[in-house]
Design a binder for this molecule. Structure first.
Ligand SMILES: Cc1cc2nc3c(=O)[nH]c(=O)nc-3n(C[C@H](O)[C@H](O)[C@H](O)COP(=O)(O)OP(=O)(O)OC[C@H]3O[C@@H](n4cnc5c(N)ncnc54)[C@H](O)[C@@H]3O)c2cc1C
Length: 458
């Protein structure tokens, strides 16, 4: 087993992880799931609830929660990597709105399901505050609210003036911001491990330390035995490129995080986040944070390099320069954090499809299903994916199976070295775009040029 990454979340489990036995024989089941992150586990959970007699096996090359599901920023949000305007352009306004409504409902469904599996995952639904700290960021905040209004989603994003924004999050230079109620904070490792325990109690067989070496029609190959199944679900997200035949399907991009020691009450009074809101700002390079149940600030961001050939390795989970930048960034935003120790530094791979469009689907001929391409918005989306895969596997025609991400096929990533060049130009470009805006006080030309490359996510 690869050593678990030193995340705050794994450190906060009640007991150390003892992996189950690996698969050591050939088996035949109804559903074989590859990957025991949220995607694979929610799928097993909802399927087993609908069909208690279904024979379901999950294999994970490491352990349940090893991937992004056990080490993310803990935002259970209603966000999608594709904006509502882009979804409406591609799939029509009604479809886009249905998808948005399903995501909002999924936040509450996730909270209820976490309760059902008795996950003590420190969940609080406090919403999200995003602050604008330059005039250009303030324009972006206003544009976001106008776009929501155009889609009749005025209750979704509220514009905050300077005082209202600073009351929620007192970051330096705050000019205003936005607030959405549709987000809960979670302790992700506690949720994913509780879910893994619950599905096993429900009768799902979990084999940890069991890599799938190939996925094919109705079969999964592993070193210890072959699985034949009516349905095979690929739930490998950032690690998908390691599977034969999937090299260019999903690009792994690293996001890195830091956690402070618990802050004092006066520090929190100065910073805010009284409702444990998740937070960000309107810079181009994504950053995200939350106030943990034990009073720490955790803060993450992208900016670590993409690795040639879509490689994922444990040493990519850390990057000294990115950690230093994250620390400098929180001290710049919250001067009271100067001198506060950083106790944990970690990272992980998230998965990006070439068009930045998450998808879920099931191929009737091969029996192979999948879900992924969530970018940094997978915590809630995996729950929707699990329920959608349940319906697809059961052959049921439901509101979920008509959502516009079902059966969506993203084009493949470029062959190397173009993928490496493009992905890294995008990542470096976004931080340069923020610097450019600070200097010129005009919307970044670099950001506009990069927009097609990063799916318009600027
Ligand atoms: C640092 C970081 C912060 C993030 N923050 C947020 C956030 O705050 N909010 C949010 O919504 N999203 C966030 N995300 C994204 C979110 O965590 C993911 O989208 C989501 O957890 C994906 O779940 P998954 O089950 O599809 O994949 P994963 O959790 O990555 O699970 C995949 C599993 O597959 C296993 N596996 C891989 N290959 C094989 C194989 N060949 N055979 C068997 N098993 C295999 C792995 O061991 C792993 O356990 C973040 C991601 C990262 C990395």
């Amino acid at each position: 087993m690869t050593a678990p990454p030193p995340s705050l979340w794994l450190d906060g489990l009640d007991s150390p992880i003892t992996p189950t036995r690996p698969l050591a024989r050939d088996i035949d089941v109804d559903v074989a799931i590859v990957g025991a992150g949220f995607t694979g586990l929610w799928t097993a959970y909802y399927l087993k609830r609908a069909r208690p007699d279904a024979r379901i096996t999950i294999v994970d090359k490491e352990f349940a929660g090893f991937g992004a599901s056990g080490r993310n920023g803990g935002w259970a949000s209603a966000l999608l990597p594709t904006s509502i305007a882009t979804l409406a352009k591609e799939h029509g306004r009604d479809s886009a709105l249905a998808f948005d409504a399903a995501m909002r409902a999924s936040v509450d469904e996730l909270i209820a399901a976490a309760d059902d599996v008795s996950a003590d995952a420190h969940i609080t639904k406090g919403g999200t505050v995003v602050v604008a700290r330059t005039e250009l960021q303030w324009e972006r905040a206003q544009a976001e609210v106008s776009e929501a209004d155009e889609f009749g989603l005025g209750d979704r994003v509220h514009l905050l003036d300077r005082d209202a924004a600073a009351t929620r999050l007192n970051a330096t230079g705050t000019l205003g911001g936005t607030y959405t109620p549709d987000c809960a904070v979670i302790q992700p490792a506690r949720l994913v491990r509780a879910l893994a325990a619950a599905v096993q109690d429900m009768g799902v067989d979990l084999y940890e330390g069991t890599p799938a070496t190939a996925i094919g029609p109705h079969r999964v190959a592993t070193p210890g035995g072959e699985i034949t199944a009516a349905h095979v679900i690929r739930a490998t997200e950032g690690y998908t490129a390691q599977l034969p035949g999937y090299k260019r399907a999903v690009a792994p991009v690293y996001s890195l995080m830091i956690a402070t020691a618990p802050l004092s009450d006066p520090q929190w009074q100065e910073i805010g986040l009284a409702q444990r809101e998740t937070f960000s700002d309107y810079r181009h390079l994504i950053v995200y944070g939350q106030r943990t149940a034990d009073g720490r600030m955790i803060f993450g961001g992208r900016g670590a390099p993409y690795h040639f050939g879509s490689a994922t390795r444990p040493e990519f989970d850390t990057h000294t320069k990115v950690f230093a930048k994250l620390q400098a960034s929180i001290v710049e935003m919250f001067p009271t954090l100067a001198g506060t120790p950083i106790t944990h530094r970690w990272g992980g791979a998230l998965g990006i499809a070439r068009d930045w469009h998450a998808s879920v689907g099931l191929d009737a001929d091969t029996g192979i299903g999948w879900a992924g391409g969530y970018v940094g918005d997978g915590v809630t989306t995996t729950n929707l994916a699990g329920r959608t895969l349940r319906d697809l596997i059961l052959g049921e025609d439901t509101a979920l199976t008509h959502l516009p991400w079902v059966g969506h096929r993203s084009r493949r990533w470029e062959v190397e070295p173009l993928r490496w060049l493009g992905a890294n130009a995008g990542l470096v470009g976004l931080s340069v775009a923020d610097a450019e805006e600070r200097l010129t006080r005009r919307p970044s030309v670099i950001a506009r040029a990069l927009s097609p490359l990063v799916g318009g996510h600027l």
